[in-house]
Unconditional design. Structure first.
Length: 318
């Protein structure tokens, strides 16, 4: 399977596993890379020494390319960047910040840089900043999300119209048919998060993985927009946020309820009541927990079936 994305990263399939907080350490990233996709280590939930450990272990666990995702409002950013240079990491995905700040520094070190965006405006800004590719992430996605609320179905073609560099679609994609749809809209690769949460190698707590499998359509909501918009499972913590909204809470009161390390509590420690459980709308299509390699294979197999079915469609021309 060839696209500008497979050649940019030197991978077999244009499937990128999203770098997710508390979920994507070296075990998941190396499993996805070994299966022919691109695994990403999620630096957002790692202190610098933890990140260094995961980068070193990932190098031992795979000979294939892998990368790291860095949220640009991470507190120890300079230290993290130094580690990335020291460990000679060659692929960096940046998100949640201005791509102008670090892209050229990464490029000078021979690093391929990809920026995650949720709007056309930021896609254009990222291209101007010199990134090599864009991930455009729609409203369906789990975790932190854009304020624009553009769905993947609308965002991908709108971004495609305005940029020339390769485009990776994200948000709501977990299957081969989803991947085909994203590519029909103009993407050359897909970034998949939620499906890999429910993988054997993900570092998410077993309780959270089971909850993802149980989540149906309508089971998540994009909330806390006054702080950082985040898509969550509608558990008790989420219901408590809603009660505060109904009572006309201030931003300060929302911050106090959120407190610190809720995402860790929910996704890593498995507290399904008090924790923040970040997952995408596509959880409704995730029915089991499997090894990452089986997930990649299932997506590719389905993609091929859909491709054949589409080529069998009769033509609409008279
Ligand atoms: P909080 O402020 O609530 O808590 C900080 C959490 O991050 C703690 O659990 C802490 O672990 C952990 N952590 C990891 N590295 C550091 C560090 N260098 N300094 C301080 N804490 C660190 O933040 P959140 O849990 O909401 O978010 C943490 C990070 O994850 C942020 O960088 C954020 O951008 C990113 N994030 C990204 C998301 C996405 O979808 N892209 C979604 C959610 C978060 P400990 O408890 O062990 O101290």
């Amino acid at each position: 399977m060839f696209s500008r994305i497979t050649s940019l990263f030197n991978i077999k399939y244009p499937i990128i596993q999203a770098g997710m907080v508390w979920v994507s350490g070296y075990k998941l990233a190396s499993a996805v890379s070994n299966a022919g996709g691109l695994g990403l280590i999620g630096a957002g939930s790692m202190y610098p020494d933890v990140l260094k450990y995961h980068l070193q272990q990932c190098k031992k666990a795979t000979n294939r390319p892998f990368g790291v995702n860095i949220p640009l409002f991470y507190p120890d950013l300079e230290e993290v960047i130094e580690i990335i240079f020291q460990e000679k990491i060659k692929i960096v995905f940046t998100s949640a910040g201005n791509p102008k700040l670090y892209t050229q520094r990464f490029k000078e070190e021979g690093i391929t840089v990809v920026q995650v965006v949720s709007s056309v405006k930021f896609a254009q800004k990222s291209e101007e900043a010199g990134v090599d590719a864009i991930v455009a992430e729609g409203f369906e996605a789990g975790g932190h999300n854009g304020r624009e609320e553009s769905t993947t179905f609308t965002l991908i073609p709108m971004v495609k119209e305005k940029i020339n560099i390769p485009l990776i679609a994200a948000g709501g994609i977990a299957t081969g048919s989803g991947m085909m749809a994203a590519m029909a809209l103009g993407a050359e690769g897909v970034q998949i998060g939620s499906r890999f949460v429910a993988s054997v190698e993900s570092s998410a707590h077993q309780n959270f993985k089971n909850m993802v499998v149980e989540t149906k359509d309508g089971g998540t909501d994009l909330t806390l927009k006054e702080l950082t918009p985040v898509r969550l499972i509608k558990n008790e913590f989420y219901q408590n946020v809603q009660k505060l909204y109904q009572a006309g809470a201030s931003v300060e009161e929302l911050k106090n309820l959120l407190g610190r390390a809720r995402a860790k509590k929910g996704m890593f420690e498995g507290d399904l009541v008090e924790g923040e459980l970040e997952i995408g709308q596509v959880a409704g299509l995730i029915h089991n927990i499997k090894p990452a390699a089986d997930i990649v294979k299932e997506i590719i197999d389905e993609f091929e079936i859909v491709r054949k079915n589409i080529s069998n469609l009769s033509s609409f021309s008279i």
